[in-house]
Design a protein around this ligand. Sequence first.
Ligand code: C2E
Ligand code: MG
Ligand code: MG
Ligand code: MG
Length: 288
Amino acid sequence: HADSAMYQAKEAGRNNVQFYTPEVNAQHIRRLFIADGLRRALEQNELQLHYQPKIRAGCGRIIGVEALLRWTLPDGVHIAPDEFIPVAEDTGLILPIGQWVLKQACTNIVKWRAHANPNMRVSVNLSARQFKNQDIVSQIKKTLEDAQCPADALELEITESVLMERPDQVTSTLRTLHDMGIRLSIDDFGTGYSSLSYLRNFPIHELKIDRSFIEDITQDESHAAIVKAIITLAHSMKLTVLAEGVETEAQLHYLRNERCDHLQGYFFSRPLPGQALEELLLAGAEIT
Ligand code: C2E
Ligand code: MG
Ligand code: MG
Ligand code: MG
């Protein structure tokens, strides 16, 4: 936004009095502040991974966790991923940060598999910039080896828009990752524009229905219809399907009834620090 506004201002030429609006300026300064802070965040241990359980809808068992980045400034202020991930992407800092996330996630899942649940997986979000990076496959391979992490303990979440931008190119990367034994899921499904013919060709395992459709599933008939259609679509393509952002018992009942395979959301658990997640796993929780 800030960039396009500035571009328009520049285009308008030097006689334009609206060269910098106060809002554009404030946004720009905020981005500089984030970019600057992020450069130090990794070295100064300001980044942390939290883990949110994924549940099997039928039995309520934890089948895996999604790793989610958290950033706390030295003064205790939290910055949300939705704000800093885009800046990390633009600056390229997502590459070292993403590598750190992958390493943490793989190291922890090996520990939790040994101590708590031998079949569990960890899901890691991959951004567009990481996915397009030439070395992504060899980096992942090396990280798995270093952590002695079996490939089937790792799942990668990639958004629809990343996949559809250059579908032919991404298919070969996906194929390689798939053949290594890594699970692949499409995140925020329903918010982008998926071509169904490509979807059929991608070697993926799961569709994650975006939280915005789950939110009002019990009130909004059109969203309920979309959710039903995605579940049917996934199953007809032999994929599993997960609903994000399950917050209420009514949503749980609805999704169970519609045969949604996996669920994730505050109703079961918020994302937890590693230690708290481990305690939950050791308690052998079935969170229904
Ligand atoms: P996402 O991958 O779609 O993750 C789901 C988001 O929904 C998370 O927000 C999670 O905390 C939140 N959430 C889960 N259950 C509920 C619920 O019941 N209600 C509500 N209201 N929210 C729920 P979070 O952690 O703020 O992350 C936002 C986004 O930032 C993620 O969306 C993902 O796109 C990105 N992100 C987070 N960590 C990473 C990372 O390590 N790497 C990359 N590339 N992106 C990340
Ligand atoms: Mg995700
Ligand atoms: Mg999502
Ligand atoms: Mg999201």
